[in-house]
Write a protein that binds this ligand. Sequence first.
Ligand code: TXA
Ligand code: MG
Length: 383
Amino acid sequence: MKTRYFELTDYKRSGVLSAGDIEKLKEAAEILRQGGLCAFPTETVYGLGGNGLDPEASGKIYAAKGRPSDNPLILHISCLDELKPLVSELPEAALQLAQAYWPGPMTLVLNKSELVPKTTTGGLETVAVRMPSHPAAAKLIELTGLPIAAPSANRSGRPSTTTAEHCREDLDGLVDAVIDGGSCEIGLESSIIDLSGAEPVLLRPGAITAEMLEAALGKRPAMDAALLGPLAEGVRPKAPGMKYRHYAPKAPMLVVRGEQAAGKLLELAQAHAAQGEKVCIICSRECAEALQERGAILLERGAKLPESEAAPQERGGVEGLRVRCIGSRTEEQSLARELFAAIREADSLQADYILAEGFPEDSLGLAIMNRMKKAAGWQVLEA
Ligand code: TXA
Ligand code: MG
């Protein structure tokens, strides 16, 4: 299959969809209406879209992602009226949350109606629904007149995609089209709240934080067990996707957090480099500056360094040590936005070992650390 690329040139420049951009979205919407697949930008990550009411389209999504078909898909809508036909009941809590945070980076799990095929929900009686705020996503969904099933647009197990270039890496030749709307603003997948039972449960933390959910619901949602640590053998998580190794780089990864994180990262990097391994450190600007003083090479976003370039030994540097700064500790949004790109770059640099600085787990930090821990297979060191 030859993948078509639709670049939203005016949107990327100005943040506003032009008539020309909308023409491209119309072509993409037609592909979706015909049962094809199209990756598109959202405010969280890129989605791999297909007609959510067409079992054949869901089948194609699972195949393109290489994803097990028991892992349900999120249905994306463009206005609240589109929610009602998808669910069998609409609890008060759903309306409260929708009013507060839709359109936006929040997914609600509700009991499904007959209309939603079980192929979309991985056999479950519940359905996950989200109304994205990205103008291109909203316009595309509106133009199709359909609920659009869209998992993150990555091959299963890989980090989610936050640029069209990432989508090309993973899905070129596997999908009909990719819409290029530039980098995703948030960079982590939506918060998922299960409202299908008696009490609201947070299944996946995201940019709509536990504190924000509490503010709208009047009480704090419970945390799903899958958020707290690796699940015991045989335990089935509520969000089936949470059981798979996720966001995983090719190299083993370790998260180091605490007051002494920078020193510990350097010490571990030195030990691995001494074994001849190529080490990549993902950390805050504050930590990166401390490491740079010790001779580490700071990577630019998307940088692909020549093999021969090593850290200068005379400054006490560590050969092969690459540091990828994802933003300031004081600005969690930038850490979230850059994390998946940084993990993908460590892969493309063929790192043998990845070290990441950990962050406090409050507000957005909970979502950042959830993705980091999963990428690291829950390997966290306190320093
Ligand atoms: O931000 C996002 O949510 C992105 C963009 C594209 O909207 N989508 C996304 O989809 O992250 P995906 O498929 O990569 O992750 C969806 C997660 C999976 O862990 C899945 O198991 C869970 O949602 N999920 C979907 N339907 C569910 C349901 N009915 N009950 C419980 N969990 C569900
Ligand atoms: Mg995903």
